[in-house]
Design a protein around this ligand. Structure first.
Ligand SMILES: [Cu+2]
Length: 431
């Protein structure tokens, strides 16, 4: 359980377990302090509650947020259920003998400010002693190991163009434990069941009719960079059990990000809520092979199966950088090509925060398309070539190359610390 640093009545700090703090010194008064606390805008209102030592504390809790699910968990263990917008609950914190803290357990909400301070006789918990302790140290992940048996490699081939010109599509949000690196799992939040949602491949001028269903435990939403629509109401956060319809056309070519836009977006994207819409430029020649690589980064708790670590996200200390939702998958299941084939790789930097310098060892790009325009074409009069496609977070493009000899060609994020965190894979080229 959590350990709270309490303060004795004489003001000296004392380390003790929840509910035990100063128990010897403070006798129950038999009285009850009842307070109303409202949850809204990622804060508790009020954010500080005063209790005389020895009083029982009862919190009457209301979620007044229009779209976010919230809860309250006190360091001593008392907690509310997750409350949908408009719901109320009563939390009986028991007899309070020492200052303590509470927070919202929805991923990222505490780091955005959802902390409740319970003061006793005017004294608060000491600075930096809040519980549970949250570390920002790097999690050890052995990237020399193969993915687990239960993991299915994500097919990196570009899916076929969607048939027709209007595309009805349901995206269902669920939350589940998923492997993101060898022997490493997170409590993921996903569109259609996997970290990184489906790759959507459609043409300029097509219409998308997306039906978003929230089967998660908190508010979620979606923002398609591929369309031009009002964020309100299309990108609104919907409560668990709710759905929305989001219709847009694809006016322009590009490799477009889509992502959950519910706060904190960094946590929702790091937990898996992102994907790509690929709209090829006009008159794009066919290639022999086309692959899609979406880079994202993950921030791990010390425990497997836990939610992403919002403190690490804020500190920008990722544990993993990966392609298509897993830090190692294409090292053990390489992409394939044949000597002389034209290979096109569509690349998107999903973030939440990192970009990419995409490079393929042993070859050069003769074609580079970035954010809507060609930077390089094979017949360029200068005779130039390219070694890396640089993309900031939320930018996309594609590169083309041919391989002259058989071999294993490594593709990487050439910002090498990202490669060493898992942004690496292989292309197996055969004669
Ligand atoms: Cu979300």
């Amino acid at each position: 359980g959590a350990v709270a640093v309490g303060r004795r009545l004489d003001g000296t700090p004392s380390l003790s377990g929840p509910g035990l703090s100063g128990a010897a010194a403070v006798a129950p008064t038999g009285r009850t302090t009842t307070v109303s606390v409202t949850m809204k805008d990622m804060h508790y209102h009020p954010a500080t509650v005063d209790v005389p030592a020895g009083n029982r504390l009862v919190i009457s809790l209301t979620n007044a947020d229009p779209d976010q699910v919230h809860d309250l968990y006190l360091a001593g263990g008392a907690h509310s259920p997750r409350l949908s917008p408009g719901q109320k609950a009563t939390v009986d914190a028991g007899v309070i003998t020492a200052a303590t803290q509470g927070w919202c357990t929805i991923v990222g909400h505490r780091s955005m400010g959802m902390e409740l301070e319970v003061r006793v006789n005017g004294a608060s918990v000491g600075q930096g002693s809040e519980s549970p302790a949250v570390g920002t140290g790097r999690r050890k992940v052995d990237l020399s190991q193969a993915p687990g048996r239960g993991f299915t490699t994500r097919d990196a081939r570009l899916p076929s163009l969607l048939p027709g010109r209007t595309h009805p599509m349901t995206l269902t949000v669920t939350e589940s434990v998923q492997e993101v690196a060898p022997a490493t799992t997170i409590h993921a939040m996903t569109y259609n069941g996997r970290v990184m949602g489906p790759v959507i491949h459609a043409r300029i001028g097509d219409t998308m009719n997306v039906h978003l269903v929230n089967r998660g435990t908190m508010g979620h939403s979606i923002d398609f960079h591929a369309g031009i629509v009002s964020p309100t109401p299309n990108m609104r956060t919907i409560a668990p059990g709710a759905s929305l319809d989001y219709r847009f056309t694809l006016p322009r070519a590009g490799v477009w990000l889509y992502h959950c836009s519910t706060m904190p977006m960094s946590s929702h994207i790091a937990a898996g809520m992102f994907g790509a819409v690929i709209v090829p430029p006009r008159d794009l020649a066919s290639a022999d092979r086309e692959y899609v690589l979406v880079q994202s980064e993950s921030y791990l708790d010390a425990r497997n199966g836990a939610e992403v670590n919002a403190d690490k996200i804020a500190a920008e200390t990722p544990d993993l950088t990966m392609f298509n939702g897993h830090a190692n998958q294409y090292v053990f299941a390489p992409l394939t090509a044949k000597v002389g084939e034209r290979v096109r790789i569509w690349v998107l930097a999903a973030g939440p925060s990192r970009g990419i310098s995409f490079h393929v060892v042993g070859t050069q790009f003769d074609t580079v398309f970035k954010e809507g325009a060609y930077l390089l074409r094979p017949d360029n009069p200068e005779g130039g070539g390219a070694q890396a496609l640089d993309l900031s977070s939320a930018q996309g493009g594609f590169v083309e190359m041919t391989f002259h000899e058989p071999g294993k060609y490594t593709f990487v994020n050439h910002s090498f610390v990202e490669m060493e965190r898992g942004a690496r894979g292989l292309i197996e080229v055969t004669a």
